[in-house]
Design a protein around this ligand. Structure first.
Ligand code: SF4
Length: 85
């Protein structure tokens, strides 16, 4: 597995910061990158009307150029020391 959580140049939506899964992260499972969504709303109260992009189509070949890996978490020691400070 490569550093960014992908397999040898293949990116997986499940490892991308733009991917949200229903029912806990969003109403609909899919890609929430602003350029790839089918319908997006600016106002938060219109969230239900948002339609994400179909990640199975957008990243069919595992080479999505919009892929972004999440920020790596700081080590447990760094987090513990930051609590004490
Ligand atoms: S389609 Fe691209 S931008 Fe969208 S979740 Fe998948 S990898 Fe990320």
């Amino acid at each position: 597995m490569a550093e960014n959580g992908s397999k040898q140049g293949v990116v997986e939506c499940e490892n991308c910061i733009h991917f949200r899964e229903a029912p806990y992260e969003a109403l609909r499972t899919g890609c929430y990158h602003p350029d790839l969504m089918q319908a997006k709303q600016k106002a938060a109260y219109l969230d239900e009307q948002q339609i994400p992009g179909d990640h199975t189509v957008l990243n069919r070949n595992g080479d999505c150029s919009y892929y972004e890996a999440p920020e790596p978490k700081p080590s447990i020691w760094k987090r513990l020391f930051s609590l004490e400070a």
